[in-house]
Design a protein around this ligand. Structure first.
Ligand code: ARG
Length: 471
């Protein structure tokens, strides 16, 4: 059979044009959703009296046959049939004869492809909320095991104040919580049905768009037919959310890479998540963390790619929009890979508590606390800052840490120092003194873990509910 749209043409398509314009090599990914959408569409055509029941049944049977052929890998896709929509329609007509040609009544590939993309992305977004919850649980597990692990906290990558390692990990749990909630919010805009918009203006057939929406589990129908076929905001929003998740992962990656260096030696990633060197026998490289950090670039690229494709595009559908797919597929694959690897990499990570503790004992991260100590004795903070600055300088010049100073040495800087300063300077005291909501004190972090578990429970509950709905 010739092209489904061949009537108006007198010449064959140039072979190079065929290859250049075809999308079947990548949009075959949408096969399941295309058939799902067609089944709902033809059921509606029957219900509205647009097609006789007999034709509807034949088309449905044919679609199910094509579906199992595709699932078994038996359908051969052809570049000359351009895209997944026409490949499936051709296969249907081969299967059931000319009646198959009635499927496309009241429909265009423009509203069809948009519908497929909404169905496809909806499933993935739901799965990502579940994958994020798994990663958050792994982080919470490590946090619970490290409620007494003190580690230097950094600003400018310089030792700042000691914190609980649990507190550090819980910061990432908060980031991934925002990510999950952003995805859940975006779902409202993904779960809207374009079908029924036709090519751009609607259709002359008395269709029932709400009936199709209900069958496919869409919560709403696009208000405007032009918008329905030309909107790709929902994909951009996903690419932006994915970029932010990758950015968060890349920050954690960077910390893993640093922490597993000999210089830090704070953690050791499990052998199963590292690789070796082909020349240096001693090497154990944190490749997964590095690669996730690196792959963040392609996800940003996909976001910028699509933003640029859509820039200045006039309404309604333009072939440019076929470029919306590969970046979306690639982003989903990249993010899936990263999130799937990260949860077990986090839970199998060994935390070198002693090494962290040793680091805290050998720095000036308790300096703020002696300044606060002097403030407690009545000195204005600005003056206390100056006094402790001088004390630290004295320590550096004499190769000492604050806890090494005798009371006599402290008195050179202020007479307000007393014996109790040695308690104040202990890392446990320093950490637990930050007893403010959201702070690093042990009881605050324990409570924060409890609240995070509830929050993750909520997003994971959403995932479980919607996962079932989307099957
Ligand atoms: N393969 C096309 C795409 O992905 C389907 C829509 C084609 N519509 C059209 N009028 N040529 O964008």
């Amino acid at each position: 059979m010739s092209k489904l749209w061949g009537g108006r043409f007198t010449k064959k398509t140039d072979q190079l044009v065929e290859g250049y314009t075809a999308s079947i090599l990548f949009d075959k990914e949408l096969a399941e959703e295309d058939i799902q959408g067609s089944l709902a569409h033809v059921t509606m055509l029957g219900k509205c009296g647009i097609l006789p029941a007999d034709d509807v049944d034949k088309i449905k049977d044919g679609l199910l046959k094509v579906q199992s052929m595709i699932r078994r890998g038996e359908l051969e896709f052809n570049i000359s049939d351009e895209d997944i929509h026409m490949n499936i329609e051709k296969a249907l007509i081969d299967e059931v004869g000319p009646v198959g040609g009635k499927l496309h009544t009241g429909r265009s590939r423009n509203d069809q492809v948009a519908t497929d993309m909404h169905l496809w992305l909806r499933k993935r977004v739901i799965e990502f909320v579940g994958l994020l919850a798994k990663l958050q649980k792994a982080l919470i597990g490590q946090a619970k095991a490290n409620l007494d692990t003190i580690v230097p906290g950094y600003t400018h990558l310089q030792r700042a104040q000691p914190i609980l390692f649990a507190h550090h990990l819980m910061a990432y749990v908060s980031m991934f919580q925002r990510d999950a909630e952003r995805l859940m919010d975006s779902y409202k805009r993904i779960n809207v049905l374009p079908l029924g918009a036709g090519a751009l203006a609607g259709t002359t057939f008395p269709i029932d768009r709400h009936f199709v929406a209900k069958q496919l589990g869409f919560d709403a129908v696009y208000e405007n037919s032009l918008d329905a076929v030309s909107d790709r905001d929902f994909i951009l929003e996903f690419l932006s959310n994915a970029s932010m998740i990758m950015m968060h992962l890349s920050r954690l990656c960077e910390e893993f890479v640093l922490w597993s260096s000999t210089e830090f030696h704070f953690v050791e990633l499990d052998d199963a998540f590292c690789t070796g060197s082909s020349i240096m026998p001693q090497k154990k490289n944190p490749d997964v963390a590095e690669l996730v950090r690196g792959k963040t670039g392609r996800v940003y690229g996909n976001l910028f790619g699509l933003l640029t494709v859509l820039k200045s595009l006039p309404l309604a559908y333009n072939k440019d929009m076929q470029e919306d797919k590969e970046g979306m597929f690639d982003t989903v694959r990249t993010l899936q890979g990263a999130l799937q690897l990260f949860a077990p990499m986090v839970s199998t990570m060994k935390v070198n508590k002693d090494r962290m503790r040793q680091a805290v004992n050998q720095d000036f991260s308790n300096a703020t606390d002696i300044a606060d100590y002097l403030v407690g004795k009545g000195m204005p903070f600005r003056q206390a800052h100056e006094v402790i600055g001088k004390t630290v300088l004295y320590c550096i010049q004499n190769g000492k840490f604050l806890l090494d100073l005798g009371l006599g040495e402290f008195h050179q800087f202020s007479k307000l120092f007393d014996q109790d300063i040695y308690n104040v300077l202990q890392p446990e005291r320093v950490v637990n003194a930050r007893n403010v909501y959201g702070g690093t004190a042990g009881n605050q972090v324990s409570e924060a873990i409890g609240r995070a578990e509830e929050a993750v429970g909520r997003t994971n509950g959403w995932f479980e509910e919607y996962f079932v709905k989307s099957r």
